[in-house]
Design a protein around this ligand. Structure first.
Ligand code: F6P
Length: 548
């Protein structure tokens, strides 16, 4: 166990100097002109040969513009980048988040009780379970009605107040697992500093049946603290007694001092640790709203799913390792094909917030322009993630993916069993998953269009070039366990890419400047300060103030 704050693995050869990188550049020139139609024709077993599975997860990556050689070279790149050493360093609690001097141990949040994971020589797993046990006790009391509000009524509405990692994980998980939730209770999420978010979430609610969870790792975030104070005022206005706060507010944070200052009894605080990054925190006490919704047992199932994928990532050979394969395919398109974005299309309405969740996970993690040693990169790093559930997206932006000029490698995520069997809905849904992958890969040639009797001048408009890559991830059923596996799959895929790109995937300095400037500008807006600004910003502030 290392306690050193230095980079876990020795000095690195620059990425573009690695032999595998150079080999991939040459290989790309051979692969780029090739069409998936040819690749499939040449390799009759391709559909099952380029596939990998783990438990009920089946990943078909055959519709990618790769050959077996591409994958071998990408795996060599991972090895030459020290992926296994970096992975082991993360699991061993080393301070791999070097710019913040922190360990990165979200994997400890889902470790079974008996596992030992040390940070600075201290096993952190017992503390994790101590908090989980407290959360479970609290969740059971609220869910059963044993926990009473100030006027003796049971809690009907839970409002999580938080932003970024203190919001996106909870809201995504709540939406994803709504089927398993306690339906008599209602769950809401307030994140935006725009007062509309708070006003609409609390519209018509009674404070005596409402519980606020103030979720903030730092307990200093402007948006969350503003919403928390507004919530406090709102509750006090209805309940008229400071003592009510203890029954209607709990906090989730690493900062006990600030929690106490805010007026929440630290007995009603659920803690976590600096080795949990915000965007990796949904398994920590930040998941309290999830546990309240689905109950401690199902929450435990979700953690077990995360842990199962952690173990797969930690132990499976790289060539059969789902997160590694997915991460490396991202590198292939990002760095060789120059693809800027990745489409995330879950064919499940319950996963409607999954793309937004992944945006923070992927883009806050890998949107970096310098390497761990501070050198400016001379290659592309994090891709832009975006998406919507299918089939809705098909009727809006898929046009551009099929016939536009941009290459958008996409992930299609489908479930074999639906949670809501209604007539033929599920078959239609899944038929669309398979149809989209097929259409994107193989397209439709001019000859095929002509053979349908299309007028010659219309033929070019109806041609689909194809050769648009997709991964299809087929999962048995959306359950707490499979959601855990799905999120961990992307977490480790992000990790894999960060290692290849030689960046710190666990800091987020890029959010600081805007936050600081906003604080300065608040003074300009209320007239208490007259800061110097560029002529554009100064004119905008003057225009705004002039119209108030
Ligand atoms: O936007 C930056 C960020 O620090 C995220 O990384 C984090 O998830 C979010 O703000 C919220 O921070 P906190 O939980 O400390 O309020």
């Amino acid at each position: 166990m290392s306690t050193a704050a230095a980079a876990p693995v020795g000095a690195k050869t620059p990425l573009t100097q690695l032999p595998a990188w150079k080999a991939l550049q040459a290989h790309y020139r051979q692969i780029e002109p090739r069409h998936l139609r040819e690749l499939f024709a040449e390799q009759p077993g391709r559909g099952t040969e380029l596939a990998a599975s783990f438990e009920d997860f089946y990943l078909d990556y055959s519709k990618h513009r790769i050959t077996g050689e591409t994958l071998d070279l990408l795996l060599e790149l991972a090895e030459q980048s020290g992926l296994t050493e970096h992975r082991d360093a993360m699991f061993a609690g080393e301070r791999i988040n070097t710019t913040e001097g922190r360990a990165v141990l979200h994997v400890a949040l889902r470790a079974p009780r008996e596992q030992v994971i040390e940070v600075d020589g201290k096993n952190v797993v017992p503390e994790v379970h101590e908090v989980l046990d407290r959360m479970a006790e609290f969740a059971n009391r609220v869910r059963s009605g044993a926990w009473k509000g100030h006027t003796g009524k049971r809690i009907k509405t839970v409002i999580n107040v938080g932003i970024g990692g203190s919001d996106l994980g909870p809201v995504m998980a709540y939406e994803a697992l709504r089927f398993y939730s306690q339906r008599e209770m209602e769950f809401k999420f307030v994140s935006n500093v725009d007062g509309t978010d708070f006003a609409e979430a609390t519209y018509g609610l009674s404070a005596d049946e409402t519980l606020f969870i103030i979720s903030s790792k730092t307990f200093t975030t402007l948006e969350t603290m503003t919403n928390a104070h507004t919530a406090r005022d709102w509750a006090l206005q209805q309940l008229g007694d400071e003592k009510a706060i203890a029954k209607h507010f709990v906090a989730v944070s690493t900062n006990a001092g600030e929690v106490a200052k805010f007026g929440i009894d630290t007995a009603n605080m659920f803690g976590f640790w600096d080795w949990v990054g915000g965007r990796y925190s949904m398994d920590s006490a930040i998941g309290l709203s999830t546990m309240l919704a689905i109950g401690p047992e199902q929450f435990g199932e979700m953690l077990a799913g995360f842990h199962a994928m952690d173990e797969h990532f930690r132990t499976a050979p790289l060539g059969q390792n789902l997160p590694v394969i997915m991460g490396l395919l991202g590198v292939w398109y990002n760095n060789f094909f120059g693809a800027q974005t990745v489409g995330i299309f879950p064919y499940d309405q319950y996963l409607k917030r999954f793309p937004a969740y992944l945006q923070q996970l992927t883009m806050e993690s890998n949107g970096k322009h310098v390497t761990l040693s501070g050198d400016t990169v001379n290659y592309q790093t994090g891709q832009i993630f975006w998406g919507e559930p299918g089939t809705n997206g098909q009727h809006s932006f898929y046009q551009l993916i099929h016939q536009g000029t941009k290459l958008i490698p996409s992930d299609l995520i489908g479930f074999v069993e639906t949670l809501n069997p209604l007539g033929k809905h599920h078959e239609y849904l899944m038929a669309n998953v398979f149809a989209q992958g097929e259409a994107l890969a193989f397209g439709k040639t001019a000859e095929q269009v002509e053979a349908e009797g299309t007028k010659p001048e219309i033929v070019p408009h109806r041609v689909f070039e194809g050769n648009r890559p997709t991964s299809t991830l087929l999962i048995q059923k959306l359950t707490p366990r499979s959601l855990g596996k799905l999120v961990a799959l992307y977490e480790h895929s992000v990790f894999t890419q960060g290692v290849v790109w030689q960046i710190d995937s666990f800091d987020q300095w890029g959010v600081e400047l805007g936050k600081k400037l906003a604080v300065d500008i608040i003074g300009d807006l209320d007239g208490s300060k007259h800061n110097q600004h560029d002529s554009s910003t100064a004119a905008l502030i003057a225009n705004y103030r002039g119209r108030e």
